[in-house]
Ligand binder design. Structure first.
Ligand SMILES: [Fe+2]
Ligand SMILES: [Fe+2]
Length: 400
């Protein structure tokens, strides 16, 4: 296996890192890429306005999601866990232990490549890995250094052509962020994470956000693979809101946050329930799927100050309930029929979508019945609120 190793402070990881990693992965035909945020970089002191190690690690994880279409990517916390000055030679020794028979390539940009011989244990590094060097700016000349390292040290060097080069440093990104700019320089979820955590001098009042400002922040809560679903749910919720005279902004805000705690595991969910004093019944205590709706509503209320109407749409988006509001129905159904769902094998969902566009209540009744049937088919318990929602609609005279 051919593994690329890309270290750095990632303070923050930005689009320049992504294009360089993409070019290196393609040209070296990497089977895997690992990103390793440094704890304390040996080459330069971290500037005062830096993000902490845990934040840099989390931002690197978010950035890595954007590389999954290029090749499989891991983010390793080795250097941060080791603490102290992060020497590449130590990390490569550790990599070699993990991957004794694999081909290792260390990725680096111009500055690092040209100053390579001043690094700690450069010969050890060259004995453990090849170097894949890419220009940071157009016109960077790396050929002299390549020839010298090959001739004098027997190094394996590959120069990576970076056609999509983005001439950008983390210093410039931090400067842009401080002045209220920077969204175009960063992967959306990383930008959202920075705003959410108030990093690099950003000051975002989380309690009065427009959908456009909330969007990247909402993405920063998600696993990468769920982002298309949440954006699809927003799109679908707006479509239904327009059709049925609901407030579009409320539909967007509810959709953007509806799965914001979905990636948390059971202990993390239960901890949030404790923090926000969320009462749970016995069934909910063990059901992740049900918990994320409750904790998501709590985050929407407590962190983002959203109205009860929006929070309750989030709270009931998995089970439904009797006497649902129009916004609750819209989010419930948008979550179900949004465009990124796979329809090829689900003609039922395509049918549901059609009914939803004809009549919201009939769509709701059909959606609930499909869920009940699916649960019964799998031998799973059906939440009483789901049954109550269906019975309520039938009592109201909604025709299946
Ligand atoms: Fe959900
Ligand atoms: Fe969802």
């Amino acid at each position: 296996m051919r593994i690329g190793i890309y270290g750095g402070t990632f303070n923050p990881p930005h689009n320049g890192h992504l294009t360089a990693a993409t070019a290196a992965a393609a040209q070296l035909k990497l089977d895997r890429l690992v990103l390793i945020p440094a704890d304390i970089p040996p080459h330069k002191a971290l500037p005062a306005e830096s993000a902490g190690a845990e934040d840099r690690l989390e931002m690197t994880r978010l950035a890595a999601g954007y590389l999954h279409t290029v090749c499989p990517v891991d983010v390793l916390d080795w250097e941060i866990n080791r603490g102290g000055t992060s020497y590449t030679s130590d990390t490569l020794r550790q990599m070699r232990e993990h991957y004794p028979n694999d081909e290792l390539w260390l990725l680096m940009g111009t500055d690092m490549f040209l100053s390579f011989l001043t690094w700690h244990e450069p010969e050890t590094i060259l004995s453990l890995a090849g170097i894949a060097a890419f220009g940071r700016e157009r016109g960077d000349d790396l050929t002299g250094q390549k020839a010298r390292l090959e001739r004098d040290y027997g190094a394996r060097i590959q120069l990576v052509d970076n056609p999509e080069i983005i001439e950008l440093s983390s210093t410039e990104v931090r400067k842009a962020l401080r002045t209220g700019d920077g969204s175009s320089l960063l992967p959306a979820a990383v930008y959202g994470y920075i705003l959410r955590r108030g990093l690099y001098g950003t000051q975002t009042d989380l309690r009065c956000l427009t959908p456009d400002t909330l969007r990247p922040i909402a993405l920063s809560y998600l696993k990468h693979k769920r982002m298309a679903h949440v954006l699809g749910t927003e799109e679908e919720a707006v479509r239904l809101a327009r059709l049925y005279g609901e407030d579009e902004t409320k539909a967007r805000l509810a959709a953007l946050l509806h799965d914001c705690t979905k990636k948390l595991d059971l202990p993390q969910q239960l901890a949030l329930c404790d923090t926000y004093h969320i009462p749970l019944d016995e069934m909910e205590r063990h059901a992740l799927k049900l918990l994320h709706a409750k904790t998501g509503a709590a985050i929407a209320r407590e962190v983002f100050g959203l109205s009860e109407e929006i929070c309750s749409a989030i709270e009931w988006h998995t089970t439904g309930r009797a006497n649902m509001s129009r916004l609750e129905k819209i989010l419930y159904l948008a979550d179900y029929i949004e465009p990124s769902r796979e329809f090829r094998d689900e003609p039922d969902v395509a049918h549901l979508r059609q009914i939803c566009y004809e009549d919201l209540d009939r769509g709701m009744l059909l959606g609930l019945e499909m869920v009940i049937q699916e649960m019964e088919g799998m031998g799973n318990p059906i939440h009483p609120h789901t049954v109550a929602a269906r019975d309520w609609l039938m009592k109201e005279g909604v025709q299946p």
